[in-house]
Design a protein around this ligand. Structure first.
Ligand code: FES
Length: 117
């Protein structure tokens, strides 16, 4: 029943830090984290050294303005780990391993940091 799963795929857009580089557009399954979708696609720019355990801060993304309020609020652990990102935290900064992709996030736009280290 692959067609049913495809119907539920969520499209996400990841803009490299260098705005002259092309946006990466991925299809992801609901319930996956944004980090896992990026890693599965071998996307450069998301390292995710800890595999989603909230101990590395190398899955940092900056969520675009209109999308920030659509995300689930961050927990205190994520909030604390955002102090350890290589690129300084911004208003839209999140750890992508903590963003579960839902249908509401179809079309999500984020920018990748200059570096994860
Ligand atoms: Fe390590 Fe997100 S993958 S904190």
């Amino acid at each position: 029943r692959a067609f049913e799963r495809d119907a539920l795929m969520i499209t996400i857009h990841l803009q490299p830090h260098d705005p002259t580089q092309a946006v990466h557009t991925l299809q992801a399954q609901p319930g996956q984290s944004l980090m896992q979708a990026a890693v599965d696609a071998n996307l450069p720019g998301i390292q995710a050294d800890c595999g989603g355990l909230l101990t590395c801060a190398t899955c940092h993304v900056v969520v675009h303005g209109d999308w920030q309020s659509k995300l689930p609020p961050m927990g205190s652990d994520e909030d604390g780990m955002l102090a350890f990102t290589a690129q300084t935290r911004e208003a839209g900064s999140r750890l992508s391993c903590q963003i579960e992709l839902t249908e509401e996030l179809d079309g999500l736009q984020v920018t990748l940091p200059a570096s994860q280290y």
